[in-house]
Design a protein around this ligand. Structure first.
Ligand code: SF4
Length: 249
């Protein structure tokens, strides 16, 4: 079913239409586009938009090996709903063995360097392989998620990975994301019902209290300005004009 065929309220339909326009523009401009599905609530909306309206975009996800069981259940439910398979990338087994041997099974707790090393090995390495050869990658980040993401643009040149980064959901609010999920009865991670607004690896994610920053449950023992996994560094260059829509909506 098209993401726009259902009885969505006008505001959601317009949000979805705008996101689809941005996705189609990215395909037209960059040809080979992939979506890095993080399996969070935004990902459920983007999966519905892409598989419903822009299926030429390849969807992949990364299994770090440290995900919650609920996240694996979600992968199955998503695949069943759409009758399609997410491509799943894994860390290099030899790198995992070496890193754990040198740092310990939970060595990422010993300092920022170790934590970034674990994310580099379990997330960034597979991500780099996944986006290799593509002209652009799509992400579900929203401005409301954190101070650093508030500065993002709908299209940026991602110099870290050498391709464009497209963020079609930047201006969706959290309420709109959940309204869309509920109206369309999309699958979502059951941990969201237990106070987890953002879900990553199990040892590095916890529930947050009502009113707390959405990202405060990720790497909560670190300073707020270091809490990114390496996939969204602030070394990117705004390139919104490339897709002809710099309104930010
Ligand atoms: Fe390792 Fe935690 Fe990063 Fe997952 S989120 S890759 S467990 S440091």
């Amino acid at each position: 079913m098209s993401p726009l065929e259902s009885e969505l309220p006008k505001v959601l339909r317009e949000r979805a239409e705008q996101s689809i326009r941005r996705l189609r523009a990215a395909v037209s401009e960059y040809k080979n586009v992939c979506y890095a599905n993080s399996l969070g609530s935004e990902s459920m909306v983007l999966t519905d938009l892409i598989w419903g309206a822009v299926p030429e975009i390849e969807i992949f996800t990364i299994d770090t090996g440290r995900l919650y069981p609920e996240t694996y259940d979600l992968i199955e439910r998503v695949q069943r709903r759409y009758g399609k398979a997410l491509r799943i990338y894994y860390p290099d087994a030899a790198e995992v063995e070496q890193w754990v041997g040198e740092n310990g099974i939970n060595g990422f707790r010993d300092g920022l360097e170790q934590r970034r090393g674990c994310c580099a090995m379990r997330k960034v390495g597979p991500f780099r392989r996944a986006v290799s050869g593509h002209g652009a990658w799509v992400t579900g980040i929203r401005r409301g998620q954190s101070a650093s993401r508030a500065l993002a643009s709908p299209v940026e040149w991602d110099s870290e990975y050498g391709l464009h980064k497209v963020s079609p959901l930047l201006d969706w609010s959290e309420t709109e994301i959940w309204d869309y999920i509920r109206k369309k009865r999309l699958p979502y991670n059951s941990l969201h019902d237990s106070g987890f607004p953002s879900i990553g690896c199990a040892p590095c994610t916890r529930a947050v209290l009502p009113g707390e920053d959405e990202r405060s449950g990720r790497w909560w023992w670190e300073r707020a300005d270091s809490r990114e996994c390496g996939l969204h560094p602030r070394r990117i260059i705004p390139a919104a004009a490339v897709l002809g829509d710099s309104s930010g909506r």
